[in-house]
Design a protein. Structure first.
Length: 128
């Protein structure tokens, strides 16, 4: 079976996930998972689709991720892996969908408006 390419996005992060049958190795930007993601919560988030479908030892995964912060990158990787599993094994679709792993979180940072210090904050009003 050939290597497959899937994309996951979150905020300003974009993750390209390359997945192929293997022994469960994962590289993120040419670094092992534990070296790239220092926090346990981020690692668990990335591995959630694999653990949920019991495929943690079935695929080798290579990820290229750019943009945003580490949390956005972790969530983008999670979506990419979920889409990859759904694409390779359609029978896993309902399990992934029920946990909300196939839904892209489209929340973005609101832009700053002119004449204001931030997106919604206003300068203090002075009557006199």
């Amino acid at each position: 079976m050939a290597q497959s390419n899937f994309v996951g996005r979150r905020k300003t992060s974009t993750a390209r996930v390359y997945i192929q049958p293997g022994k469960g190795n994962m590289l993120i930007n040419n670094k092992p998972l534990d070296e790239y993601l220092k926090l346990d919560t981020h690692r668990e988030l990335v591995l959630l689709p694999l653990k949920l479908t019991e495929r943690a030892e079935s695929y080798d995964i290579k990820v290229t991720v750019r943009g945003g912060g580490i949390t956005g990158q972790a969530e983008a990787i999670m979506l990419g892996i979920s889409r990859a599993l759904d694409g390779l094994e359609p029978e896993l679709h309902s399990a992934l969908k029920s946990k909300g792993l196939l839904t892209r979180d489209d929340r973005m940072v609101e832009r700053k408006k002119y004449g204001q210090p931030k997106a919604r904050k206003k300068f203090q009003f002075s009557k006199r």
